[in-house]
Structures are given as C-alpha cells and as structure tokens.
Write a protein that binds this ligand. Structure first.
Ligand SMILES: Nc1ncnc2c1ncn2[C@@H]1O[C@H](COP(=O)(O)OP(=O)(O)O)[C@@H](O)[C@H]1O
Ligand code: SF4
Ligand SMILES: [Mg+2]
Length: 356
C-alpha cells in the first residue's frame, strides 16, 4: 500500500481511549406514514431507529449487526447526516451536528464518508473511475499536491487497483474491484470515520475476505475509525474491536469482541452467533433457529421488541422494556437489554418459540 497518503495517523493512543469521535445519544428516526388523497395526513410512523446510544472512538472499528430491516442502514445514514434524526443527539468531535445545515456540515462531510453495499449501483456507469474517485475533491475544491489525477492514481494503488486504469469505466471491473473503487472514493478526502454499510454482502464469498482485509489495513495503517454494518456476526468477527447488536431500531447488546462472542447474554445475540459457521468440525454447539421475520417497525411489540421470537419470553417482557445495562459477571462496557439473560456460556437452548 502506498505510503504517500496524507491521511492522519493514529495518535498513538489505543482505540477506545480519549474522547469519542462520534457520540450518538437517544437517536431516533421515525419515518411518517401518510394517507389521504387530497389532504395528506400522518397515520403512523416507521420506527426505523428508536433511541440508540453509541460511541465510536478514533481509529476504532465498531461492528453493527442485525437482520435485515433492523434499522442499520438508517442509523448509518443518520451518522453521515444523509438523514436528519427525528430525536436524540449526534456529536462529531464534540460538535453537535444533529440538525446542522449544509453549511455547518460542509467541513465535516469530508471527514465522515460512507461505503455502500452495492458496488454496481453506487458508481455512475457513464463516468470513468478517475472522475468518480476525483469528484469529491473537485466538489470540495481540493487541489492535492501533484494534481487530482496523481492523487486518484495513488488512491487506486492504495486499494489494490492498477493506477493505469483511471480512464476505464465501472463495467470494466469485477464486483470486488468496483467495491475497491468505492473505497478509493471514500478515501479521497482523507476521512476520519467511514460508515461501511454491508460493504461485502453483495460480493462473492471468495472475494469478501479480500475486501475486508483491505478495509482492515486502512483502519490500522491510516487510523480511520469504522462503523462497519453487517447482517451476520461472521464478517465483523475479525474486523471490529467492539460489536453492537441491533434489533428493530434498538441496540440490544454491545460489548468488546471477545466478550460478545464468548459470553453473549442477549438471546438474539446468541441466536445470531449460532448461525455463524464454525471452522471446527467437532463443534457441538446447540443451534438456535430464529423463527419468523423481524416484526414491522410500524407497530413494534410492547416491552422487549424481541419477545415475539424469543424462547425465554415471560409476561414481564411484554410489559416492561428491558434497559441496556451491564449485567453482573460481565466485563466493563458489555451492556445487555434483557430481563432473563443467557448465562453467558452459550449453553442449552430449546429450539422453540414462546407464546406471550
Ligand atoms: N425512507 C424510508 N421511508 C420509510 N421507511 C423506511 C425508509 N427507509 C427505511 N425504512 C424502513 O425502516 C426500517 C429499517 O430499514 P433499514 O435501516 O434499511 O434496515 P437494515 O439496514 O437493517 O436492513 C425498515 O422497515 C425499512 O422499510
Ligand atoms: S427481555 Fe424477555 S423477550 Fe426480551 S430477550 Fe430477554 S427474555 Fe427474551
Ligand atoms: Mg441495510
């Protein structure tokens, strides 16, 4: 990888120490649902993100995991302020950007970048990769030393592509290569935080590891913080120092990687973990099969939102929302939202759904 990039190096402080780069508190995004032909009126709201607290520290990678429809992309778009929250607070480097307008966001926009899931639709097919990667610099009036073309070529090299290919079009590249182009574009403004929204989900399994490795190199060598969104726990396992598990608009468990994978306390985390294939052929873990789909965020279940699919649900789960807290026996920073948590040994779990 090229050493010529002018991206910030980690300050020497370990990830997770010092002040957070990103702080979100009680963040909500409720999409209004309108009805009526002539006179539109709001008849409900999609509770896509419903009170999320999260911090990301400089140079740290935080994984955000949950099934499809849990609100992960919406949260990613709130963080990058492509969407405006309907509640809560977002701070970047201490600055409140919750409702910041275009002008206030301008300097921050370059520091927070997003990589999207679909490398096919996120690149304009009529533009050369050179103009795609160079566009953020042109839009922001940045003229790097040696010119934009040289910088584009450096970036191509950084992401493992041939710098001679800057005049080619997206269709001339494979899926994995296109995602590398998306990564180069995200790097062009020397970001401090990248929100990667399922960046490898659309790629061949054989290619996924290569792209994850590239992102991991960037995180380590350039000191970029990541919010890495994935729908299962296998992808973030080797990439993220901390992992947050999201269910129906809320974080239900968050912990450092080791604590989460070795002693999951939330039944949903346990279920997601049991879907992760193990390399060990003698693996005799009890498998949990999640029944049904994520319920509609238009009308989330009362109390604990996971209760309609939870095999441990009891009456309390329907009436009281479990707070996200540190349970006894858990390491610092390992928070779980469950009234009847797992024992942390990921042991015997019946394969059935409880009626509440
Ligand atoms: N612009 C929107 N308007 C209305 N509902 C939306 C909008 N964007 C997302 N949603 C809904 O919000 C919920 C969460 O979506 P999303 O954030 O894409 O979840 P995920 O990325 O975890 O699959 C889904 O039910 C989705 O249909
Ligand atoms: S609070 Fe109840 S329903 Fe929710 S995860 Fe815990 S046991 Fe299951
Ligand atoms: Mg998504």
């Amino acid at each position: 990888m090229s050493n010529e990039l002018t991206l910030p190096k980690p300050s020497g402080a370990a990830a997770g120490s010092g002040d957070p780069l990103l702080t979100i508190k009680g963040v909500q995004k409720h999409f209004p649902v309108m009805d009526g032909f002539l006179f539109k009126r709001q008849v409900g709201a999609v509770h896509a993100v419903d009170g999320v607290d999260l911090e990301v520290f400089p140079s740290e990678s935080v994984g955000l995991v949950g099934e499809s429809g849990c609100g992960k992309s919406t949260l990613g778009r709130l963080v990058t302020r492509l969407l405006e929250p309907t509640g809560g607070e977002i701070r970047y480097n201490g600055q409140d950007i919750t409702h910041a307008g275009r002008k206030e966001l301008a300097p921050i926009r370059s520091e927070i970048q997003m990589i999207f899931q679909d490398p096919y639709s996120s690149l304009n097919p009529r533009h050369t990769v050179g103009s795609i990667i160079g566009a953020p610099m042109e839009i922001n009036g940045i003229n790097p030393k040696g010119g934009i073309q040289r910088r584009v070529q450096e970036l191509l090299e950084t992401v493992g592509l041939n710098p001679e290919h800057y005049n080619r079009f997206p269709h001339e590249f494979s899926g994995g290569q296109r995602q590398r182009i998306g990564v180069a574009r995200a790097l062009s403004l020397s970001p401090k935080l990248i929100v990667a929204d399922e960046p490898v989900s659309a790629l061949d399994v054989s290619i996924q590891a290569q792209v994850v490795n590239l992102l991991q190199d960037l995180q380590r060598e350039l000191g970029i913080a990541f919010l890495f969104i994935a729908h299962d726990l296998s992808v973030v396992r080797h990439f993220s120092q901390r992992v947050a598990v999201m269910y129906l608009g809320k974080i239900v468990e968050i912990a450092d990687r080791r604590s989460l994978y070795e002693s999951p306390r939330h039944p949903y985390t346990h279920a997601l973990l049991s879907a992760v294939p193990e390399a060990d052929p003698d693996d005799d873990r009890e498998r949990i099969r999640l029944v049904g789909d994520v319920p509609s965020p238009l009308n989330p279940p009362s109390g604990c939102r996971f209760r309609t699919r939870c095999w441990k649900a009891q009456e309390k789960c329907a009436t009281e929302e479990p707070p996200l807290i540190q349970l006894s026996g858990n390491s610092a920073g390992h928070l779980t939202a469950c009234h009847f948590p797992e024992d942390g040994n990921a042991a015997v779990v019946p394969d059935q759904r409880a009626e509440v």
